[in-house]
Design a binder for this molecule. Structure first.
Ligand code: MG
Length: 159
């Protein structure tokens, strides 16, 4: 087994779509970034890279590469899953957390988990997505940005 973890941060800005867990969430602001800026998907993807000791997400998906401009981050995650599978591993489980002041995440979490179960080639029971607020404190609490964290456990495939 191998364990990996990651944190990602993106700024909330006007004129952008809010996409988290591959779900477009109706809101007056969205996340700023080179891709669709889905911080939760980035954290999960980078946690998988971490478990494989393959470095950070920016190394594999540089924000200078036009290929990933405006990209659906589930596609980035798919690419990381392909790298994981090539090395003979599968997902044991994923636990993730997004810190965001508004809007409420709870109605969208089932769809996020379904997206991840599909893209990660695993069961829903192995994918956890949680959310919490910043209680008005810090950049999350002021609604300036979001912070996402993920921990993944990979299991080596049996022969
Ligand atoms: Mg990111």
């Amino acid at each position: 087994m191998r364990i990996g973890q990651s944190t990602d941060i993106h700024r909330l800005a006007e004129g952008r779509k809010l996409i988290l867990g591959g779900v477009e969430i109706p809101f007056e602001k969205g996340l700023l970034g080179h891709s669709d800026a889905d911080a939760l998907s980035h954290a999960i993807a980078e946690a998988i890279l971490g478990a494989l000791a393959l470095g950070d997400l920016g190394h594999w998906f540089p924000d200078t590469d036009p290929k990933w401009e405006g990209a659906d981050s589930l596609m980035i995650l798919e690419e990381v899953v392909r790298m994981m599978e090539e090395r003979g591993y599968h997902i044991g489980n994923v636990d993730s957390l997004v810190l965001i002041e508004r809007p409420k995440m709870a109605p969208h979490i089932p769809a996020m988990r379904e997206n991840y179960a599909r893209v990660l080639h695993t069961d829903l029971s192995r994918v956890s997505v949680k959310a919490t607020r910043g209680e008005g404190m810090g950049f999350v609490g002021r609604g300036e940005g979001v912070l996402a964290q993920a921990v993944v456990l990979l299991e080596e495939n049996r022969e």
